[in-house]
Write a protein that binds this ligand. Sequence first.
Ligand code: N01
Length: 535
Amino acid sequence: MSDQETEFDALIIGAGFAGLYQLHLLRDRLGLSVRVLEAQPGIGGTWQANRYPGARCDSESHSYCYFFSPEIYREWEWSERYPGQAEILRYLQFVAERLDLMRDISVGVKVTGARFDDAGNRWIVETDRGESLTCTWLITAVGCLSSANIPDIPGLNGFEGEWYHTGQWPHEGVDLVGKRVGQIGTGSTGIQAAPVIAGEAGHLTVFQRTANYSVPARNAPLDEARKRYFKENFEEIRGIVQRTPNGHPFEIAKRKVFDVDEEARLALYEEAWETGGLRFRAVFQDLLASEEANATAAEFIKRKIRQIVHDPRKARILSDIDHPYAAKRPPVDTQYFETFNRDNVDLVDLRAEPIKRITENGIRTEEAEYPLDVIVFATGFDAMTGPLLRLGLTGRDGLSLEEAWAAGPVTYLGLQIPGFPNLFTVTGPGSPSVLVNLPVAIEQHVEWITECIAFMRERGVTRIEPRMEAATAWGAHVENAAGRTLLPQVPHSWYLGANVPGKPRVFMPYTGGMGRYRAICEDIAARGYPGFTLD
Ligand code: N01
């Protein structure tokens, strides 16, 4: 492909896990002309952007990777139980090189708008380089968590120190040595970052609005036996990640919380705590289905927090958690609660003393001013819809995505949007996406999209678009599935869009489980795509 070309069969926006695999399948399996447009200066998506101290994946490394190629799986060797940001980036660069993908990827090119040309039956995509590119199929591979949420706190512009959002961390790093750092946010990111920041900075103040659960990751280097085990058992591991509800390499136990007595239950929690990581959530089947069941896990973790944290005030603030365990994304950590035992770490309870403003010198709450040199916003993302809405998409009849989604996202299977023909959204709202070990969800979407495009070409179909009735019914199914869990009950969850002021409250990810979702998608394809209009 030359940079001068402007007409393509397919354009892909984003060169992370999704965009790379989508390029490979459309180009190398279907023989299409394809170009990937990537706004960042390099490939890697999330792992190009998220370079904050302690950035690491909470999925285990032998499952946080592609499964489509046994050769690639076996050629790569992970060094730790959980992969760090730099190692994941190296892995994606290795895959891109191995599949000769770079020649069809333009980095540092931002899509500024894309509109569907009805008469020409094609998408016209504009970039910040002034290019106008056209394609038959437009595929968004922009991730679910790539649009930073920087809270609109008065005074930030006048702050005389430095400030950074964790998802936009400078590539050259930030020198925190000896500095007074304030960190806002205690989600998965903040919980990973705080221990590392505390080790570098002169002083760290963590500003916590909502207390959070966390389970120790128990990260460690992988020994030779484990590395060999993964390579020798590729098929078995692939089988597990593809059939389990969350795409992780472990089964969820069949037993329920009250199937066992309290002593046995505590022993199981204790064992899971020692094992570490997201496996804790899998120790009973009904933790997300029953408040009473969940309360036993919640109480176990709160007790652990109180045991770990020496200062009773900090222990109380950290363990005063107002939602069920894992009803928000459950963080895993390395020495998070232990960090509050350090002399150079303070904790501010924003429920008791909300932030009033940012001053020239730091953060002022309703109780005090905290002088700071650096503010770290670990405040999350305009999740799932944000990355799509900022692309400037306009579908048929001049319908903008903002208008189409004014009351919240409307999709069929999270894969397509009524009014936006031949547009596919990898891990779009309404698909399992963020509730799943993401590479597993991504592979399924990319393969389904590829099969769909192959089907269109074989049958001479030039346009596919979901019917509004199908999308509405799917939205109702997503809502019903969520209603059978504790997840929608958390009022401040980003799954609901509650973290972004003014965002419609719609529960966005599909909680039905990856196995069930996969079966639904396969069935729809096998039946010739009911719910879609094919022209
Ligand atoms: O973001 P979050 P995150 N004033 O939205 C607080 C993935 N991830 O970046 O809960 C004060 O979870 C907010 O408080 P509250 C993973 O899917 C993956 O941590 O809204 N505080 C919360 O404490 C994860 O879920 C990995 O009251 C404010 C925090 O900021 C997702 O990314 C690793 C505030 C935001 O937490 C997002 O996690 C890390 C304000 N105005 C993350 N606004 C992997 O393993 C927000 N907060 C792949």
